[in-house]
Design a protein around this ligand. Structure first.
Ligand SMILES: Cc1ncc(COP(=O)(O)O)c(C=O)c1O
Length: 394
């Protein structure tokens, strides 16, 4: 391994959201924050160096996203994920969530329905509500092995002529699924039949563990390409969310023009000069780092899994195919939302995301972000083991 993930820079005295909001969210600063989905891992050198180089020029004025940045992303998407986009399909976005809001604005009207598959990253349903659209809730199914899947029959039974858009989370946060081709094809079939646009949030698509393979929705077939809006970026992959740069790929000209109308009204502009070079460098130089970070992340997950397996009657870990977010099934603890939160904050000293934030289906679950150095992971495991042992003995 050429990168060292045994330690990472301290973030306590920076503006890191994960740390600055500890008191507000957990009522104490004395908690290891494992909530926001960024990594407590140093952003790679090839990203930082590109920014330093850019700063050698003393003027930081308005800039256009260089074609070379999008071309680097297009090349990556083709080589890593087997999907082909053209330069004219691509639009800059400072945030995938902003792109999702734009899609809701562009492809539906007040009172229309938007499909959301819960439990899911909270902005999926907040964005729909904020636009006065109706949430068409199509909860994922959970089997006895803790594996989630789409509920296609439920989806078919709920769709009506007011249903205009499906918000797909692929791979899925928080349940860690990488949707298989056959599963995506079922979604495609339903959406084609009912003329529904698919907003495919693929922000976690690079952090997929073998043998799973991310299938971009737009790569399924020509028809899928024609009804999809794909949001992609480097924020999660290379731990550079603070650069606030992602993109949206919309190959269908009509959808592209419709999206652009809302996009221009909001004035997305072209982002900032530093993120342009950071984004391009990540795609051009990130291959080796990504391979190594995935090995490191998976090691952390396995250690967490082994710990949970020592307490099978208390906590179960959802099998993971992608992301660095462990979805912990704590339903056997028989604690309500507050009790579960108190257990993790006050008994374990850990600040997790409450499952209920991801929808009612997340009740009894907690999400733990394990993208940390190995030193920090040992500390987290120690704290959690002690708390679980005490709980077992109580
Ligand atoms: C599925 C998903 N989409 C979007 C985001 C946020 O993306 P952005 O910061 O670009 O809005 C996250 C962050 O956790 C996420 O998990």
């Amino acid at each position: 391994m050429s990168y060292d993930f045994s330690t990472s820079a301290a973030r306590e005295n920076t503006n890191a959201e994960k740390y600055t909001l500890r008191e507000k969210l957990f009522g104490t600063e004395d908690v290891e924050p494992l909530w926001v989905a960024d990594m407590d891992i140093d952003t790679p050198d090839f990203v930082i160096d590109a920014v330093k180089k850019r700063l050698e020029h003393p003027i930081v004025g308005y800039e256009e996203v260089p074609a070379s940045a999008f071309l680097a992303q297009i090349e990556w998407m083709k080589m890593v994920h087997g999907v082909e986009f053209e330069l004219e399909d691509m639009l800059f976005s400072h945030s995938v969530v902003a792109s999702m809001n734009t899609a809701i604005d562009a492809f539906s009207e007040i009172g229309d329905k938007v499909i959301v598959q819960t439990p899911v990253y909270p902005p999926f349903f907040h964005s729909v509500m904020e636009h006065n659209r109706e949430i068409l809730k199509n909860p994922l199914k959970l089997d006895d092995n803790g594996i989630y899947s789409f509920d296609i029959e439920d989806l078919k039974s709920k769709i009506d002529e007011k249903t205009k858009l499906l918000l797909l989370c692929s791979p899925h946060n928080p349940v860690g699924r990488v949707w298989k081709k056959e599963e995506l094809e079922k979604i495609l079939e339903v959406c084609l039949k009912h003329n529904i646009v698919v907003f495919s949030d693929e922000i976690h698509s690079d952090l997929v563990y073998e043998p799973n393979i991310h299938i971009p929705f737009a790569s399924l077939c020509k028809q899928a390409r024609e009804i999809s809006v794909t949001a992609i970026g480097v924020g999660k992959t290379f731990n550079m969310a603070g650069f606030a740069m992602s993109s949206v790929a919309i190959p269908n000209k009509e959808l592209h023009a419709k999206f652009l109308k809302s996009y221009n009204r909001i004035h997305f502009a072209q982002g900032n000069a530093l993120s342009h070079v950071a984004f391009e460098s990540a795609y051009k130089n990130g291959d080796a780092w990504l391979k190594e970070i995935k090995i490191h992340l998976l090691k952390n997950y396995i250690m967490l899994k082994e710990l949970c397996e020592k307490f099978p009657s208390i906590i179960k870990i959802t099998p993971i195919e992608a992301t660095y977010l462990a979805w912990l099934d704590c339903r056997d603890m028989k604690l309500d939302g507050k009790g579960l939160r108190d257990f993790f904050i006050h008994k374990a000293g850990l600040g997790l995301s409450a499952g209920l934030n991801f929808g009612r289906e997340g009740s009894g679950f907690m999400r733990l972000n394990f993208a940390v150095s190995s030193t920090k992971m040992s500390l987290i495991l120690e704290k959690l083991e002690k708390a679980l042992q005490e709980y077992k003995n109580s």
